[in-house]
Design a protein around this ligand. Structure first.
Ligand code: ZN
Length: 195
């Protein structure tokens, strides 16, 4: 139950590492990097969404159906969602402007947003199926990097349209709290339960 091994995040890291390994960049190279970054994060988040969609259909026993329940408007909304008033790309673009930013800074944004979009896709897909009575379970990566607040939520089951509550905050899925400290670096997932 760990999103990190998915290959797109490793490719994203390689792409940023290659750029960051050079000490000096021309203005043209900087612009190119920024443009590539925008394409890369869009591609990464679309992949994350489709992973979430497949997982949701697997949880609900719908993998054999030809319908994929993907709603293009919802995909775009998940990718364009503003967190702390910035999209994932806008946050990455800030790091691109800043020469002191590290590969880990880029990776943290990519990982956190991929997790958020993955979980959004699970919820969106469940809604699109219109199956009544679906429940969702909070699942952590179950290692020592899991923060206490999320360890506390591990295994908690609520109805699809309900929120998870912890530390005075609430979220429909991992990555959806108001407090960024509860979202940043989160690798938790939602799994679905069909009655
Ligand atoms: Zn978490």
């Amino acid at each position: 139950m760990d999103l990190m091994p998915f290959d797109e995040l490793n490719k994203f890291r390689e792409f940023v590492t290659a750029y960051k390994s050079e000490m000096y960049h021309t203005e043209r190279e900087r612009r190119q990097f920024r443009d590539d970054l925008e394409e890369y994060i869009e591609w990464l988040l679309i992949e994350a969404y489709s992973y979430g969609n497949v997982q949701a259909r697997a949880d609900l026993g719908l993998l054999d159906e030809s319908r994929d329940y993907m709603n293009p408007d919802k995909i775009q909304a998940a990718i364009d969602k503003r967190v702390a008033d910035k999209t994932a790309f806008e946050r990455l673009a800030e790091y691109a402007e800043d020469d002191t930013s590290t590969v880990e800074d880029f990776q943290r944004v990519a990982e956190t947003d991929a997790t958020r979009v993955y979980n959004t896709a699970v919820l969106d897909t469940a809604e699109e199926t219109k199956i009544p009575g679906i429940k969702k379970r909070w699942v952590t990566a179950e290692d020592d990097r899991v923060r206490d607040a999320h360890r506390w939520l591990d295994g908690v089951v609520v109805p699809l349209d309900a929120k998870f509550y912890v530390d005075g905050d609430s979220a429909y899925a991992p990555g959806g709290f108001s407090d960024p400290a509860l979202n940043c670096n989160c690798r938790c997932e939602i799994s679905l339960i069909r009655e």
